[in-house]
Design a protein around this ligand. Structure first.
Ligand code: CP
Length: 336
């Protein structure tokens, strides 16, 4: 893919070389993301950060990433505060917002809506999650995290991952599965209730490429022999009747005891977050918070690096980032 000026809508746009280039740039963003260094490479640029569905980390990390590159952020965080509620079309919204922005990150509850919006936009649009469909920047930060946690220097061939929970509506597992499927000899163990299985078309593309899919509703056996376990929340907002979500909530939980009994030592624990910490759900227990293999907050930190890299590449400033770099005088080490 030629990143310059491209919309980033789906993981299907990426090949292994694109991923390699993105991760190379993400590595270079580290001193800026840690606030050791400051760059003004996007001075004067504006990000339109349109979140028509709730978000904490995607919205804030896209905004932080843009600020860390010297750009400014204009946000819409509530569909009710937008003229869409007055009947304005995605086409008109895109024409208007792209007149005010140099790049747009957009989340929307309807699958395909970010793609529709991008066709009317005059600037690059990054899909920050469209309904149950895709969340490409999350998949990229997830893969980047897996690579770092497993200390894989080159390609990720041969890894074994268990994905657990709501695999039907969880857009992060859809995008991550497609991304991992670029590599060889990957084993996906998909642990979910039968009603919330991974969409058949995704299972099919994985099998067609020669990678392995094991589908089960037995968590204990499914957890064995993986390098990574990736938990997901029951996506209650996607159910027609939210009461139906109650049937599945709490069915698959990982806690210290289950991890110790059923996971290989050092299995990396991931979750796209938010985790549902209510007692009736609790798919990832806080008793694992201090576990060295719990990567969920390293995952969120990596989101800033990946999103910075996406901005740098889509706006074509990858060779200029360090030109305006200065050391930050007030830098303080994070406590943990
Ligand atoms: N992982 C993720 O998309 O989190 P938010 O909904 O908080 O953005």
């Amino acid at each position: 893919m030629n990143f310059l000026g491209s919309h980033i809508l789906s993981i299907s746009q990426f090949d292994k070389n694109d991923v390699k280039e993105l991760f190379r740039v993400a590595d270079e963003m580290e001193p800026y993301a840690q606030r050791k260094m400051h760059t003004r490479v996007l001075d004067g640029a504006i990000l339109g950060n349109l979140f028509f569905e709730p978000s904490t980390r995607t919205r804030v990390s896209f905004g932080c990433a843009f600020n860390l590159l010297g750009g400014q952020v204009r946000e819409t965080t509530d569909i009710k505060a937008s003229a869409i509620t007055k009947g304005e079309s995605l086409y008109d919204t895109a024409r208007v917002i792209s007149g005010y922005s140099d790049v747009i990150a957009m989340r929307h509850p309807v699958a395909g809506s970010v793609d529709e919006f991008s066709r009317a936009s005059r600037v690059p649009v990054i899909n920050a999650g469209d309904g149950p469909s895709e969340h490409p920047s999350q998949a990229l930060l997830d893969l980047y995290t897996i690579k770092k946690e497993l200390r894989i220097a080159d390609e990720l061939n041969g890894i074994r991952i268990a994905m657990v929970g709501d695999l039907k509506y969880g857009r992060t597992v859809h995008s991550l599965s497609k991304l991992l499927n670029l590599y060889d000899n990957i084993t996906f163990t998909l642990i979910s209730p039968a009603e919330l299985k991974m969409p058949e078309e995704i299972v099919e593309i994985i099998r067609q490429r020669g990678n392995t899919v094991i589908e089960t509703d037995d968590m204990e056996s499914g957890l064995k022999d993986n390098d990574t376990v990736y938990l997901t929340r029951i996506q209650e907002e996607r159910f027609e009747d939210r009461k139906e979500a109650d049937i599945y909530r709490g069915r698959f939980r990982l806690n210290q005891a289950i991890y110790t009994s059923h996971c290989k030592p050092n299995t990396v624990i991931m979750h796209p977050l938010p985790r549902d910490s209510r007692a009736e759900a609790n798919e990832l227990d806080i008793d694992l918070n201090q576990h060295p293999s719990l990567a969920i907050f390293r995952q969120t930190d990596n989101g800033v690096l990946i999103r910075m890299a996406l901005f740098v590449l889509t706006l074509g400033v990858q060779d200029m980032v360090h030109d305006s770099a200065v050391e930050v005088k007030w830098y303080t080490e994070k406590r943990f």
